[in-house]
Design a protein around this ligand. Sequence first.
Ligand SMILES: Cc1cc2nc3c(=O)[nH]c(=O)nc-3n(C[C@H](O)[C@H](O)[C@H](O)COP(=O)(O)OP(=O)(O)OC[C@H]3O[C@@H](n4cnc5c(N)ncnc54)[C@H](O)[C@@H]3O)c2cc1C
Length: 465
Amino acid sequence: MNKQQNILIIGAGLCGSLLALRLGQRGYNVSVMEMRPDLRKVDISAGRSINLAFSDRGNKAMKLVGIEDKVKALCIPMNGRMLHDRSGNTVLSNYSGRDHEYINSISRGELNGLLLTEAEKHENVNIFFNRQCMSVDFEKTTALFQDYQTKHEFVEDADAIIATDGAGSAMRKSYYLGRKFLFSFSQEYLTHGYKELSILPTETGDYKTYKNALHIWPRGDFMLIALPNLDGSFTVTLFLHHSEGEYNFGNLTTPEIVKEFFQKEFPDALELMPNLVDDFFENPTAALGTVKCSPWYFKGNTLLMGDAAHAIVPFYGQGMNASFEDVVEFDKVLDQNLENWETILTTYEKTRKKDTDAIADLAIDNFHEMKDHVANPIFQEKRKLEMALEKNFPEDYSSKYSLVTFNEHIGYRNAMLKGRAQDKAILNMLADNEIDINDDLNKTLQKIKQETQEILEEDKIAGLK
Ligand SMILES: Cc1cc2nc3c(=O)[nH]c(=O)nc-3n(C[C@H](O)[C@H](O)[C@H](O)COP(=O)(O)OP(=O)(O)OC[C@H]3O[C@@H](n4cnc5c(N)ncnc54)[C@H](O)[C@@H]3O)c2cc1C
């Protein structure tokens, strides 16, 4: 296909800026329209997660565009989860038994800024800020924009439009409202919302608590987490029910009750957060949800990608990683030199959607795991056993978490099927005393493998393949 084609990308967030960079490298003429001002010049801290967990699937995309080292410089390794109980006792539970497998904390703004800068190095990539997409005429392959400052409206056309405009995508809305084709769409809000808080650095700029971990205060129906930033601070996120439970976002309305809640549930965190009340009342409470839709494309004209196609809840730390992986998968389809955009877009969705559906479901699983199961003794025993298996049989065993997070060559769907079957096998056998952490590890591994295989066969018969 002629690479001199004009591609219009809507949204210069994490996915859009990476896509612009990759398509620029491939020689397309790329225009990107972003609703917000340039985040490298204006502090817009996006109103949402300040830092993110970045892992191997995301890194695969950074390798593809050749900026792995630049991204690494922005990363803080997190080797495991540091669990905090109500008395302030902590346990560090590694993410993997293999030392080279860890996740990273990275600043959304820094990473987005780097991707924009790298994309703009290509003469054939032009990024325009303060231009909000109002709607897309997917039959004509045109999009209507409004200039934020002048309010002037204008239409852009292109050979293909790719919308990477996030969970509230304007193009997805046009698909839905247009009723011109059979567009399926679901949006499920979680019962819990989130609010960002912070642990500031010490006066000398040091970290107030252990730096290289993702801190979790699991409390059954709600939780607090903290991820480190390069400046010595931590971004803390409270996940809490909107309206149910003794404490919820609906009734945490005064400084006294907020402090009472933290004193009771997270006393060790409260000690590190003298700024709690200010943060709590200054920062918004935001909703979380899962968006699934299909088809992502209209003929050969338009395509949804990233959160615009598949927004997920953040509990596997995979939304950005999955959106980056979208670009890698799209790139692979471009490598096939297919004859036209319609074939490219169809092929892309066919290969990709099963995996983004899977990570959406896994992210919900992990919500329950993080806020509740991690504190459960049998779950902790399972994790200990899995750590030992990964350490002693590095080529032979990967937990569900490792399959999803560190095995970027396996799709999310296969990681989910195998990981869930393994979890079921281990938990059942631990509960029935069929395996024990002190048994011969090799024998235990064989038992787990056999039981996992049987569960996978049963799942296949039950139609869950
Ligand atoms: C609380 C929270 C924590 C998270 N933690 C993690 C994590 O640890 N790890 C992880 O991998 N993922 C995480 N995620 C998910 C991650 O933030 C998203 O998956 C990721 O940002 C998706 O990238 P995107 O480019 O598709 O969308 P976005 O990052 O939302 O970017 C969309 C862009 O489009 C622009 N835009 C929107 N509408 C328009 C319009 N009409 N016209 C023009 N431009 C428009 C926006 O301004 C924005 O720049 C988290 C999400 C949340 C909410």
